[in-house]
Design a protein around this ligand. Structure first.
Ligand SMILES: Cc1cc2nc3c(=O)[nH]c(=O)nc-3n(C[C@H](O)[C@H](O)[C@H](O)COP(=O)(O)OP(=O)(O)OC[C@H]3O[C@@H](n4cnc5c(N)ncnc54)[C@H](O)[C@@H]3O)c2cc1C
Length: 437
C-alpha cells in the first residue's frame, strides 16, 4: 500500500520505485482546479481488493478519490482519501453482452483508444477525457446528446466494497442498482465498473458561430437535435448572440442541414485559447473518442484557471430557464469564461440529474474568483428554482439540502441505502451532511 501526506520522494515506504504520477496521487494535495486543498490526513492506495477491504473495515473517516476533478468538497475528508489507482488495471470486453469491465480508476482517455482498437465504442464521453470512470459516474457526469444518457447511464454493473469490508456486486435490474450508480461516493469504494459498449463509429465535428438567442430559444429542440451531440457556448458578452454551436455528427447517421454560419477555422470554446487544445473540427470525420470530448487528453482541458457550476432542468422548462439566466447576463458576464448548454437523455438512476426526465444542462465555467462566484450562486439558483434545476454534484452550488427531496423523488430511498451500506457513517463528510445524508 502507498500512503503519505506530502512529499516528492521517488521511493515509497518500502523503498520501491514510484512514478511521479504515483507520488502526486499519494499526496493529499488539492483538487484539479486548485480551489480546494483537501483536509485529509493521508491518502491510501491499496494494491489489491483484499487490502482495500481490510483498510475499509477500520474506523475511518474515508472518502473515495478519483482524478480530483470535482470543484467542491464532495471527495474530501478529515481522514483518509482512498484511491483505487493502484488496483490491477482491468479492461475486459464481452462482445456477446456488449459490455466492458474496467477498473474503477481508469480514465476515459486511456480506456477509449483500447476499446476503439478492438472495434468498440462508448455511447458518449464528457467534454474532457482526463477523468476516472468511477469518479465521473459517482457524480452523474455527462456529455451532450438528445438521445444519449449520462456516462452513469452506460453502467451495466459495478462492484464496490462497503465500510464493513463487504464486497457487493450490483447489476442493472437489481433492487439497489439504480440507487448505487450515482452514489456521490457515499456507499463504498467502487473497484470495478461494467459499461455498455457498441460497435465503433466515427464522428465529424463542426462549429457554427454567432447565433441569435431569440431564434435558438424559439425552437431549442430544433437546435439540440442538429447532431448526435450538440453544445452551445456563450460568454454572455452579448445578451442577443450565442457565440458558438458545436455539432458532433455520427457519420453512420443521416446528416441534418444546419442553418447557421460555419466557422472557417478551428475554435476553442473560450476566447483567447488556442484551438490546438481541442479535438479536430471543420467536419473532418474521426474516431468517436477523438471527437466526442471537446478537449484532447494531452492538453489542459477548458481553461485550467477556473471554477465550474452546472444546473440541469427538465427539457420542457429549458427555454424558460435559459430566459431566466439571460436576465442575469449583466451579473454573469464579469464572472464567467463561458457557459455551455447541453442535453442529456432521461434515466432511472435515483440521484442522476436526468432522473425521470430528459434534461438540459446550463453550465458555467467561472473565472477563479470563488468568493464572488459563491456570492452570486444563490441569485442564479433562485432564478432557476421554479424550473426544478438540479445541481451537478461535482461542481459548485449553494442549494440547501432541504431542497433535495423535492428535486429527487428517490432521495429518501438513497438516504436509506447509504445507511445500509455505511452504517458507521465512515464515508460521511461535510458535503454529504450539508445535503442531509
Ligand atoms: C475541466 C473539467 C471539465 C469537466 N467537464 C465535465 C463535463 O463535460 N461533464 C460533466 O458532467 N462534468 C464535467 N466535469 C466535472 C467532472 O466530470 C466531475 O467532477 C467528476 O466527478 C470528476 O471525476 P474524478 O475522477 O476527478 O472524481 P473526483 O473529483 O476525484 O471525485 C468525485 C466523486 O467521485 C467519488 N469517487 C471517485 N472514485 C470513486 C470510487 N472508486 N468509488 C466510489 N466513489 C468514487 C468521490 O468520492 C467523489 O464523491 C469537468 C471537470 C473539469 C475539471
Amino acid at each position: 500500500m502507498t500512503t503519505g501526506s506530502t512529499g516528492t520522494a521517488t521511493t515509497d515506504s518500502n523503498g520501491e520505485h514510484v512514478t511521479e504520477e504515483q507520488v502526486a496521487m499519494a499526496s493529499v494535495g488539492s483538487n484539479w482546479a486548485g480551489n480546494l486543498a483537501y483536509g485529509a490526513r493521508d491518502v491510501a492506495a491499496p494494491s489489491s481488493v483484499d487490502e482495500l477491504a481490510e483498510l475499509l473495515q477500520g474506523a475511518g473517516p474515508f472518502r473515495p478519490l478519483g482524478t480530483r476533478h470535482a470543484f467542491n468538497e464532495i471527495a474530501d475528508t478529515t481522514g483518509t482519501l482512498v484511491s483505487t489507482a493502484n488496483l490491477p488495471e482491468i479492461v475486459e470486453i464481452d462482445a456477446d453482452r456488449r459490455t466492458v469491465r474496467v477498473s474503477a480508476a481508469i480514465r476515459y482517455g486511456d480506456l477509449a483508444p483500447r476499446l476503439a482498437s478492438a472495434g468498440w465504442a462508448l455511447a458518449n464521453l464528457a467534454s474532457l477525457p482526463h477523468i476516472s470512470v468511477a469518479g465521473a459516474v459517482a457524480t452523474g457526469t455527462h456529455g451532450s446528446g438528445d438521445k444519449v444518457g449520462s456516462l452513469a447511464s452506460a453502467v451495466a454493473g459495478l462492484e464496490l466494497i462497503d465500510t464493513d469490508g463487504r464486497r457487493h456486486e450490483l447489476r442493472r435490474g437489481d433492487p439497489d442498482f439504480d440507487g448505487a450508480v450515482v452514489s456521490l461516493g457515499a456507499l463504498g469504494v467502487v473497484t470495478e465498473v461494467e459499461l455498455d459498449i457498441e460497435p465503433a463509429f466515427e464522428v465529424a465535428q463542426t462549429v457554427y458561430e454567432g447565433l441569435d438567442w431569440n431564434e435558438v430559444l424559439g425552437d431549442l429542440d430544433a437546435v439540440t437535435s442538429l447532431g448526435y451531440s450538440v453544445s452551445l457556448f456563450t460568454s454572455w458578452r452579448s445578451a442577443d448572440r450565442i457565440d458558438q454551436l458545436w455539432v458532433k455528427h455520427r457519420t453512420d447517421h443521416e446528416e441534418r442541414d444546419v442553418p447557421f454560419v460555419r466557422a472557417t477555422r478551428p475554435r476553442h470554446p473560450l476566447e483567447g485559447i488556442s484551438a490546438e487544445h481541442t479535438t479536430e473540427q471543420l467536419g473532418v470525420a474521426g474516431a468517436w473518442f477523438d471527437r466526442l470530448p471537446h478537449f484532447r487528453l494531452d492538453f489542459t482541458p477548458s481553461n485550467g484557471e477556473e471554477l465550474q457550476s452546472e444546473y440541469l432542468v427538465p427539457r420542457e422548462h429549458a427555454a424558460a430557464a435559459l430566459e431566466a439566466v439571460r436576465g442575469l447576463a449583466d451579473r454573469i458576464a464579469p464572472l464567467i469564461h463561458v457557459t455551455e448548454i447541453r442535453t442529456v437523455a432521461a434515466d432511472e438512476l435515483w440521484l442522476s440529474s436526468a432522473y425521470g426526465t430528459g434534461a438540459v444542462g446550463i453550465h458555467f465555467t467561472w473565472r477563479p474568483v470563488q468568493p464572488a462566484v459563491e456570492a452570486f450562486l444563490p441569485t442564479l439558483e433562485a432564478a432557476l428554482e421554479p424550473f426544478g434545476a438540479r445541481p451537478h454534484w461535482g461542481k459548485l452550488f449553494t442549494m440547501p439540502g432541504e431542497r433535495m427531496p423535492q428535486l429527487y423523488p428517490r432521495w429518501h430511498d438513497f438516504a436509506a441505502l447509504r445507511g445500509r451500506f455505511d452504517p458507521r457513517g465512515a464515508l460521511r463528510n461535510p458535503f454529504l451532511e450539508r445535503l442531509g445524508l
